[in-house]
Each structure stands twice: as structure tokens, then as C-alpha cells.
Ligand binder design. Structure first.
Ligand code: GRF
Length: 215
């Protein structure tokens, strides 16, 4: 499966996806790292790993759809089969989302459907909830919406601040995203009208995460 990763900044999830495809996911290969921001620091990691990069600045387009059209073109030129959004700070238009229906994942640093949107950790702490985590989900037209593929939770301790919580959740993101991508590239899950049907191997692989984390 030829995969493109969309980033806007640091790209630490992208790094983990790249590493996992080198080490233990032979059914997916990261063929393109795309950014809407030429200053995204993750681009240098991709270049250093000989992965093709591409930047299109969204600010030069008047309409969201025009940027999305160029992005779609770039993905098709590179024969991309599947997209992973990893800190990609753009809302994608409905047409784009539908063109990549069930072929686009996103990672979000909360236990969706709770805390969609930005400033997640700040809002989690303010809410005084004692549990948070991360979610990998298929992309649908609404922000941070779509069928959930996997989640990992963590306790929010009373002395956690935004930074501490972000760090704890990011570590979990780095574990979850590669596993979820592999479920797709190994064809271990099916989607029927937005319901995820997990094969036995898929369930085992998701359970194995919790075992690894001692949960
Ligand atoms: C991650 O927390 C991800 O869940 C969110 O944006 C952040 C991106 O971090 N969508 P990185 O660029 O992958 O380091």
C-alpha cells in the first residue's frame, strides 16, 4: 500500500509511521510526505530518510476546494493508495474526503468523541476528567469525526499540566498509529456502513498494545 502522510509541523507521528514501515510493516510504504507549510520541521526527517516531500502553501488559494484539488492531484501523481493525517492542520473539503473515503486516517490527542478540535489538553485539564488518551479514526467531513479504529487511554493525574499530559498522550499516539495503519495495509479490518469489523488478528494486535503498556 503506497501511503502519503500529511503534516503541518513537527511530524513526530510521521516519524513513527516511517520507522514502523521500515521495521515491521512490510505491507505499507511511505511514498510521500506532504505539507501545507514549508517550515514544517518534519519535512527534514522525511528528506533525510529519502522520502519524497511536497509542499503546497494553502495561502495562495482563494478557496479551500482549490487547495484540496491540488493536493488530490499530487497524491494521484504519486499513485498514493492511502493517506495518514499526522498533525495536518487543515480542514478538508467534503469532495476531498469523499474521494478518499475509507482511505484516510487521522490521529487526535483525545478519547474521541470527547474533546474534538484544538487546545485539547488544556480543555481536558480544565474539565477535571481523570482519563484522556488518543484516537485513530477514519476521516469524515466533520472535524475529528469518523469511525474509530483504535484508542489508548491514560490517567490524568491531579498534578498533570498541559505539557505533561501532552507528552504522555503523544507517547501513546506513537504506539497506536503504526498499529492502526498496519491493520489497513494487512487488510485486517473491514468497514460496513461506518461500522468497523475487526478480524481476530486485528483484535489481537490492538489487545497486544494494552498488554505492552501493562494495562
Ligand atoms: C498530535 O498530538 C496529533 O494527535 C495532533 O497533532 C499533533 C501532531 O504532532 N493531530 P506531531 O506533528 O505528529 O508531532
Amino acid at each position: 500500500m503506497r501511503v502519503a502522510i500529511l503534516i503541518s509541523g513537527r511530524g513526530s507521528n510521521m516519524e513513527r509511521l516511517v520507522d514502523s514501515c521500515k521495521i515491521n510493516n512490510k505491507s505499507a510504504s511511505i511514498e510521500l510526505v506532504f505539507s501545507n507549510n514549508d517550515k514544517a520541521s518534519g519535512l527534514s526527517f522525511a528528506k533525510n530518510n529519502n522520502i519524497k516531500t511536497s509542499v503546497i502553501d494553502h495561502r495562495i488559494f482563494e478557496k479551500r476546494e482549490d487547495f484540496d484539488h491540488e493536493l488530490d492531484k499530487k497524491l494521484r501523481e504519486n499513485n498514493i493508495d492511502f493517506i495518514c493525517n499526522a498533525g495536518f492542520m487543515r480542514i478538508l473539503s467534503e469532495d476531498f474526503v469523499n474521494n478518499w473515503f475509507n482511505k484516510q486516517l487521522n490521529i487526535h490527542p483525545s478519547l474521541l468523541p470527547d474533546f474534538k478540535g484544538l487546545d485539547v489538553h488544556k480543555r481536558v485539564i480544565e474539565s477535571k476528567t481523570n482519563i484522556s488518551g488518543c484516537t485513530v479514526h477514519l476521516v469524515r467531513a466533520g472535524v475529528d469525526e469518523g469511525p474509530i479504529i483504535g484508542q489508548i487511554s491514560t490517567n490524568v493525574e491531579s498534578n498533570d499540566n498541559e505539557e505533561i499530559l501532552a507528552g504522555k498522550v503523544l507517547k501513546l499516539e506513537h504506539i497506536l498509529y503504526p498499529v492502526c495503519l498496519k491493520l489497513f495495509s494487512d487488510n485486517l479490518i473491514q468497514i460496513n456502513e461506518d461500522k468497523i469489523i475487526y478480524s481476530k488478528e486485528a483484535i489481537d494486535q490492538l489487545d497486544e498494545i494494552n498488554a505492552r503498556l501493562g494495562k
